[in-house]
Design a protein around this ligand. Structure first.
Ligand code: GDP
Ligand code: K
Ligand code: MG
Length: 272
């Protein structure tokens, strides 16, 4: 029997737990992530001839080290390298959810999107073209209604197919000339530290450094290239870069969205 590991990622309240339960049924184990008091749930499911280990990641909006949940989620993805990351996307809140997708792309994960809450999107009249979504993102998209266990087999079918592909795709956000220049500068430096570059994608490290990611900055402090990295970072306004990079990610999403969702209800955002 073939064995694969998949991780479930997603914003809070998108139906992650419901989908996890629908996939694994009673075969669950609840513990803690090592070293922190964040709950870790794992479960098993056999689909056709594949035994699937399912790991539920903490709900996150981003994969920058803004919270312990985000560090737990991305450390797992980078260090344990699950065969596939299933991102559960709330179909009624595409813009915000796809931000996390851009982050998973940057990590180089092999992603499958479970387009959940499909029933709600349909009933309010949204017309989401999942084919186009797949083309633009270069990620398979499967419609699901987790609380009715709809779309689970189709999702697992896609997951198993993707796991067979091995290497991840190279799709990523481009940040424009100025930022890309800094990314390249940092890549050249960080690439020289084999301990870091052996463990993390070099472009991702560089992007996170420009994002002002404390967790990555700490790793750099202790590395052989710390001084060189800091001298590059001292030439920029970190807050400006972080904001500009977030804007570029949303820009990338918003060039895709109008073509993917031609009749989507304008999102009503309540303060949160
Ligand atoms: P999590 O925070 O991502 O783990 O989200 P939960 O699994 O706790 O789900 C949040 C709420 O959404 C619960 O009330 C679920 O029953 C509901 N829910 C989950 N998936 C769907 C879906 O596809 N359609 C609808 N209508 N409700 C869903
Ligand atoms: K929310
Ligand atoms: Mg949950």
């Amino acid at each position: 029997k073939k064995k694969i590991t998949i991780a479930l990622a997603g914003n809070p309240n998108v139906g992650k737990t419901t989908l996890f339960n629908a996939i694994t049924g009673a075969r669950q184990h609840v513990g803690n992530w090592p070293g922190v008091t964040v709950e870790k749930k794992t479960g098993k499911r056999t689909y056709k001839d594949t035994e699937i280990e399912v790991v539920d990641l903490p709900g996150t909006y981003s994969l920058t080290a803004y919270s312990i949940d985000e560090v737990v989620a991305r450390d797992y993805v980078v260090e344990e390298k699950p065969d596939v990351v299933v991102q559960i996307v709330d179909a009624t809140n595409l813009e915000r959810n796809l931000y996390l997708t851009t982050q998973l792309m940057e990590l180089g994960s092999r992603v499958v999107i479970a387009l959940n809450m499909w029933d709600l999107a349909e009933s309010r009249g949204d017309k989401i073209d999942t084919r186009k979504m797949e083309d633009f993102l270069e990620i398979p998209v499967v419609k699901t209604v987790a609380n009715r266990a709809e779309g689970i087999d189709a999702l697992l079918e896609e997951v198993v197919r993707e796991a067979d592909k091995g290497e991840h795709h190279e799709h990523e956000v481009s940040y424009g000339d100025d930022i890309e220049k800094k990314i390249i500068e940092l890549e050249e430096i960080v690439g020289k530290d084999s301990a870091l570059s052996g463990k993390y994608p070099v472009r991702w490290l560089s992007v996170k450094l420009l994002d002002g990611d404390e967790n990555i900055l700490e790793k750099i402090e202790g590395s052989s290239v710390g001084t060189q990295v800091n001298s590059v970072l001292s030439t920029i306004e970190k807050e400006d870069y972080e904001a500009a990079m977030a804007e570029k990610r949303y820009e990338a999403i918003n060039t895709v969205l109008p073509q993917v969702c031609v009749k989507c209800v304008k999102e009503v955002t309540f303060s949160d």
